[in-house]
Structure formats: structure tokens, C-alpha cells
Design a protein around this ligand. Structure first.
Ligand code: NAI
Ligand code: A1CAB
Length: 271
């Protein structure tokens, strides 16, 4: 799905750069078709050497682009929208916002334009083509929704959801990367305590986690169905699993995801 379009990514931090790298890796955009912005443009010099356009001029980047991605923090958004307002064109531009907790309508209101806005919630695995991305909109055309879904499908799996579920998607999928990484890290720490060198324990834990995820994804199976196959009667798996549950393993994950979702919903309002 190669494209001739030009994309501007406003805010080249963790997720903006992960998106840019993912799109280039997937062969959708050449670096020359991507403009990356950041206030401290010197921090993007390595990207400039790779062929990306880099600038601190957000409005200029918007003028040259067909698709504009907003990838800055919620508290930085209003200032940026004021800056690009003169360059934004509601007939030309499609806005994609990955900013947590900010609705499509919030963005149009701040811009004062009836522009098409699609929210996307990817995660950092987008850099390696493994993102779970949720998208939502309240006004974009079906053609633009398909375009954005197919764009994110090249860098993982994408689904369209109702906009009111976007903060939940943020907690489960975007923050979720950190939650699962911490679980793997904890498993590796356990592995070290029972005899493996730290780097071996981490690799073993990560591959085991990957296998567990693939059992669900490839077999369309349920976790408990797969757990039942591991837990031999009177065995060591059920002993370990029950010990974890007595200490609140599932409960901690559920409570953490709930707190994360509440926080995601309040990020823009508490700027
Ligand atoms: N990090 C993640 O895994 C994910 C983050 N998000 C959302 O993406 C947004 C960005 O998050 P991160 O990448 O983690 O933050 P970050 O702080 O790493 O990146 C933001 C970047 O924007 C730049 N910036 C700030 N003001 C600017 C301006 N006026 N013009 C140009 N650049 C400017 C900053 O220098 C920084 O490089 C947030 O709204 C976050 O909620 C969404 C999904 C996943
Ligand atoms: O921690 C955050 O607020 C952002 C949103 C989702 C992932 N990182």
C-alpha cells in the first residue's frame, strides 16, 4: 500500500517516532514523505540523515502535508493547535490525533474549523509492526476511516471503536505495553532468583510470554482453556498460580487498568 501522500507528524517523541519508523519499515512512506516536528530540532538530526524532513515549524509542516498527525502531550495540544490554525485546511487535510483524552470535537473547537479528525490509539510496538491500534471518529468519511485503518494495519492490527471507548483503549492497549513488560520483567526476576542469569531469564520470560499470547491469537483460544492444559493435578503450576492469586495478581492488573483509564480520561481537563 505505497502512497504518494505526504504526512506531517507534529511532536516527534516516543510515539511520533515509533509511528514514523513503523510506516517506513512497512514500506508505506519513504522518509522523504514524512515531516517530523519538534521544538528542539537538533534532537532529530539522526532522522534528518536518514532522509526525513525535520523542522520546528509546525505550520509549515502542515502546509506541505496531506495527513497531519498530532503526537504531543495533551497539555501541549492547545498551543500547537493555535500555531497550526492558519495553515490547516478543512478541505485538504485529514487530522489524525494520537493524543490521549482529547476528543475529535475538542480539536475542532480549538481549531475553529470543521475539519475531519480521526483519533488513533496505537502503542509503541508500532515501531516493529506489532501495534494494537484503536481508531475512532465522529465526522470523518468512510473513505478516510478505511485509509487510516489500512495505514495502521500495515504496522500491526487496527480496529474501529466508538469514541467514548478511546480512554479505555488507551489503558488496555497503549499503557498495556508497559503492564505486560513489567509482568515479563517480574517473571525474569523470579527466574534469576531460581537460578538463571538475568539476561537469560529475561529472554526466556519474553519468549514464554510471546508463546502464551500466540496461543490465544493463533488458536482463538481462551486463557483458562490454555491454563488448564498446563496445570497438572497436584502440580507445580497450580501451586504457583494460586500463590500469585492469593497475593492479588489478577486484581492488581484489573485495578491498575481501571486507574489508568480514569487518568487517561482526565489528562486534557487537568492540564
Ligand atoms: N508513548 C506512548 O506509548 C503513547 C502515547 N500516546 C499519546 O501520544 C502523545 C505523545 O506521547 P509521547 O510520545 O509519549 O510523549 P513525548 O513527550 O515522548 O513526545 C512529545 C513530543 O512532542 C514534542 N513537542 C512538544 N511541543 C511541541 C510543539 N509545539 N511542536 C513540536 N513538537 C512539540 C516534545 O518535544 C516531544 O518530543 C501523548 O498525547 C500520549 O498520550 C498515545 C499512544 C501511546
Ligand atoms: O502514559 C501516557 O499518558 C501515554 C498514553 C498512553 C501511553 N502513554
Amino acid at each position: 500500500m505505497e502512497t504518494q501522500q505526504h504526512i506531517a507528524i507534529l511532536g516527534s517523541g516516543n510515539i511520533g517516532l515509533a509511528l514514523a519508523k513503523g510506516l517506513v519499515k512497512a514500506g508505506i512512506f519513504a522518509p522523504e514523505q514524512i515531516t517530523l516536528t519538534r521544538r528542539n530540532v537538533a534532537a532529530l538530526s539522526a532522522l534528518a540523515d536518514e532522509g526525513y524532513n525535520v523542522t520546528a515549524d509546525n505550520a509549515g509542516a502542515v502546509t506541505r502535508a496531506d495527513i497531519v498527525v498530532l503526537a504531543i502531550l495533551p497539555q501541549q495540544l492547545n498551543k500547537l493547535l493555535d500555531e497550526i490554525k492558519p495553515a490547516a485546511n478543512q478541505t485538504k487535510h485529514l487530522l489524525i490525533s494520537v493524543v490521549s483524552g482529547v476528543s475529535c470535537q475538542d480539536i475542532r473547537t480549538q481549531l475553529g474549523l470543521d475539519i475531519q479528525v480521526i483519533r488513533a490509539m496505537p502503542n509503541t510496538a508500532i515501531a516493529i509492526g506489532q501495534s494494537m491500534t484503536c481508531i475512532a471518529t465522529d465526522n470523518a468519511s468512510a473513505a478516510n476511516v478505511s485509509l487510516v485503518l489500512s495505514l495502521f494495519d500495515t504496522v500491526g492490527v487496527s480496529i474501529q471503536i466508538n469514541e467514548e471507548l478511546m480512554t479505555s483503549a488507551t489503558a488496555l492497549c497503549a499503557c498495556g505495553i508497559a503492564f505486560f513488560l513489567r509482568s515479563i520483567r517480574a517473571a525474569s526476576q523470579g527466574g534469576t532468583e531460581i537460578g538463571f542469569h538475568a539476561h537469560d531469564a529475561l529472554r526466556m520470560a519474553a519468549q514464554t510470554a510471546k508463546g502464551a499470547a500466540d496461543l490465544l491469537l493463533q488458536l482463538a483460544s481462551h486463557p483458562e482453556q490454555e491454563i488448564d492444559k498446563v496445570t497438572s493435578p497436584k502440580g507445580c503450576t497450580i501451586a504457583g498460580l494460586n500463590e500469585m492469586e492469593h497475593n492479588g495478581f489478577s486484581s492488581a492488573m484489573i485495578k491498575g487498568i481501571k486507574v489508568s483509564a480514569e487518568k487517561a480520561g482526565a489528562l486534557y481537563k487537568t492540564e
